[in-house]
Design a protein around this ligand. Structure first.
Ligand SMILES: [Zn+2]
Length: 489
């Protein structure tokens, strides 16, 4: 990889202040690449909440912080704030489907569950749907609400098809797969809304259900139809899905670099990125290279840069790798409820989530977004962080976009903002691989991650000069775009 067009784009900038150069230079694309290759590599299996991969990743991140000389947040030497969650585990030997024609399908070996209802069993109309390999409509005459839907969909249309069916609020939706599906033991938390039972069912079991309903078996590996096919044998089935709830704990990983000024070091800047991603599901492993391997590699690089540089911020810098963001900002919410250091001493919160890709949508192409990034929330609630970050960017050269303000509440900074802490959210933008298994390392723009890390590295010093950034909470609103702040000369 050489001669990236980004080099030219980021070249026309103000030189870095001399006393910050050493740290800035330590943030290299090689380092970013090696960090994110581990974070989004096979070992951590997509860092799913409640899964082995997340725990391994948390230990690895803590090890990196220690290696750089960052101190653990707890005086007993621990980097981990344990976030309690509940995990639902199906009592698989009691799970089954009972259907017409005296057919009983035992779940063991035949059904793998991804999510569970709050009820131990559901009763509904049995409906089979064979999805075409393109967008489709459910005819209004077919009522899927509270039904038990069994559907066929190819990998390429799986997300679309399952969302389409789920939008009709069935009691359960099971995708037909070959072989014996396994259950995913999903973590939940108390306030989570009740959801449909979702999972996979083996094609041999489905053939028995079809035959029991007087329909033709379909068999393994049948090609998808050109149009949606819906089979409604007008028989009801019961699906028993009792679960056992067991407590689990997932850690926020937190380290601190103490400030150089004894009178100010109780105040601190928080730099955050969520460490979790989707992980292993019945559909496969979601590695989350951009979401949020990119942000975590940036935050680790900032920590290392601050330790490398001779000049340190006067205030402390606290690094938080949040747990369970993908299931509803759970780790950051927990931190803000039970902060390890007083929240009133947080001068600002700088969050990074997905900074490794070029935004790409129907309206703009990835090529147009080599050097662009979204700065979100930095003017909300009377915040002035926006100006400080724009000044720091004079040394970096991002083209900022301000058109994603509506997602300010969709990452961890929002929990800090709600508590009156001036916050900023750096975000590369959405792309077709967002929350797909194709969010992989080979599609990352390492130069952009490097630039994002350098931007926040410089922002830390600028924000430290400025002091606290208090805000008055109000629901986020559209902001006036200010593209660049011109210097006085
Ligand atoms: Zn994310």
């Amino acid at each position: 990889m050489c001669a990236s067009p980004l080099l030219a784009q980021f070249a026309d900038v103000q030189p870095c202040p001399e006393d910050l150069q050493l740290g800035l230079d330590s943030i290299t694309t090689e380092q970013i690449k090696s960090l994110v290759s581990v974070l989004a590599g096979p070992h951590f299996e997509g860092r799913g909440t409640g899964q082995k991969g997340y725990k391994k990743a948390a230990h690895w991140v803590a090890g990196k912080l220690a290696e750089y000389g960052v101190e653990p947040i707890y005086s007993d030497g621990s980097f981990f704030q344990s976030v309690p969650l509940q995990q639902k585990v199906p009592i698989i030997e009691e799970c089954h489907i009972r259907a017409a024609g005296g057919v009983t399908i035992e779940a063991d070996g035949n059904i793998g569950f991804d999510t569970y209802s709050s009820k131990p069993s559901v009763l509904g109309n049995l409906i089979f749907i064979r999805c075409p390999n393109e967008r489709f409509k459910i005819p209004p005459s077919v009522i899927l609400r509270d039904a038990i839907v069994i559907y066929w969909a190819e990998d390429s249309t799986l997300k679309y098809a399952s969302q389409k069916i789920e939008s009709h609020q069935p009691a359960a939706l099971l995708r037909v797969v070959n072989g014996s599906p396994q259950s995913i033991n999903q973590p939940t938390f108390a306030t989570q809304v009740p959801m449909a039972i979702k999972g996979n069912i083996s094609s041999t079991a489905v053939d028995r259900l079809l035959v029991g309903s007087g329909l033709q078996p379909i068999g393994e590996g049948a090609a998808s139809p050109s149009e949606v096919e819906i089979m409604n044998p007008r028989s009801s089935v019961s699906l028993a899905n009792p679960v056992r709830v067991r407590p689990i704990e997932v850690p926020n990983v937190i380290g601190v670099i103490p400030g150089s000024d004894p009178n100010l070091r109780h105040e601190h800047i928080v730099i955050g990125s969520h460490l979790d991603h989707i992980g292993i599901t019945s559909g496969g492993t979601y590695r989350g290279a951009d979401d949020n391997g990119s942000g975590c590699s940036a935050v680790l690089s900032i920590a290392k840069a601050l330790m490398t540089n001779r000049k340190r911020p006067k205030r402390s810098v606290v690094f938080i790798f949040f747990a369970a963001e993908e299931i509803g900002l759970v780790g950051s919410n927990y931190y803000c409820q039970r902060p390890v250091l007083p929240l009133q001493d947080v001068t600002c919160m700088l969050n990074i989530d997905m900074v490794g890709r070029n935004e790409s949508s129907a309206k703009e192409t990835a090529d147009e977004n080599e050097g662009s990034i979204h700065l979100i929330g930095a003017r909300q609630g009377g915040n002035t962080l926006h100006d400080v970050i724009l000044d720091a960017n004079e040394h970096i050269g991002f083209r900022f976009e301000f058109d994603e303000e509506s997602i300010f509440d969709r990452s961890d900074q929002y929990n800090f903002y709600r508590k009156g802490v001036g916050s900023a959210f750096l975000f590369g933008g959405f792309h077709p691989d967002y929350h797909q298994q194709t969010d992989r390392i080979d599609r990352l723009n390492f130069k952009k991650i490097q630039a994002a890390a350098r931007l926040y590295y410089l922002t830390v010093f600028a924000a430290d000069e400025h002091g606290p950034f208090p805000v008055v909470f109000q629901p986020p609103k559209k902001i006036q775009p200010i593209q660049t702040r011109k210097r006085d000369n």
